[in-house]
Ligand binder design. Structure first.
Ligand SMILES: [Mg+2]
Length: 254
């Protein structure tokens, strides 16, 4: 598949949250705070939210404020420990860094495309940027696209045309198509990679993007994706840069 641009989903694609388990997270936080008696209550409240929003990724990308206020009771020190502990437990998908090196070498522009709707910190200090920085991956990406805006990871500027536009509603892909179009990239020359059919695949496909369903962490069932990849290594086998763009890239360096 020849592309100029690649958008990678965050939760259960770039980032693996399998190790973020309740007892590890809340046990450590409330023992550090000297209140081990609160662990059980916090785990219960966290479960209530996970059930309300349909699981960990939706809760963490869309409703973090609820975790801070309802589960952690607005306690600033508990929130700080939560953010820190969560970062330690989140892992990078196997083979991701090799894929990113490959995409950069193919001159394919790479962005994170996430449904992050709320963040108590501004873009750049949001949980996804912190994760990419902690794992030393920030340099591989051009941008972070979310319903809070598009953060340019090279310059730090924020494009607010994305504000309020979601993946699920599809408006985010409308803005993306427009933004790429301004730089001469058509949706058919761009690919979206993600795990959720209703969020990453179907609305993107309806707007003409190429789509790849990533099942390396979880298989969310059938979708209209162009293909399914169960590892990042598989993606390296299928994606390649546009020959025009590579020639342009090399000419510019001469
Ligand atoms: Mg996902």
């Amino acid at each position: 598949m020849e592309v100029k641009w690649c958008g990678l989903d965050y939760g259960e694609c770039i980032m693996n949250a399998d190790e973020v388990r309740n007892p590890l997270l809340f046990g450590d936080i409330y023992k550090s705070l000297g209140h081990p008696e609160l662990v059980g209550d916090r785990i219960r409240k966290y479960r209530v939210l996970k059930e309300k929003y349909g699981g960990y990724p939706a809760l963490h990308e869309g409703h973090r404020d609820d975790i801070y206020s309802y589960v952690l009771d607005g306690d600033a020190e508990a929130i700080r420990l939560f953010v820190q502990k969560e970062l330690e437990l989140k892992e990078v998908g196997q083979g991701l860094e090799e894929l990113l090196e490959y995409l950069n070498a193919q001159d394919i522009e790479v962005c994170v495309v996430s449904e992050l709707k709320k963040s108590s910190e501004p873009l750049g200090s949001d949980p996804i940027s912190l994760f990419l920085r902690k794992k030393d991956l920030l340099g591989y990406f051009h941008g972070l696209i979310t319903p809070l805006g598009r953060l340019d990871l090279k310059t730090g500027s924020v494009d607010l045309r994305y504000k309020g536009a979601t993946k699920k509603g599809g408006a985010l892909y409308d803005v993306l198509a427009k933004e790429l179009g301004e730089r001469g990239i058509r949706p058919s020359e761009a690919v979206i990679v993600g795990d959720r059919p209703e969020m990453d695949i179907n609305p993107a496909r309806e707007r003409g993007f190429r789509t790849i369903q990533y099942t390396g962490f979880v298989d969310k069932g059938p979708s209209g994706a162009d293909m399914v990849a169960c590892s990042f290594k598989d993606l390296m086998g299928v994606l390649r840069g546009s020959q025009d763009k590579i020639a342009e890239f090399h000419n510019a360096r001469l």
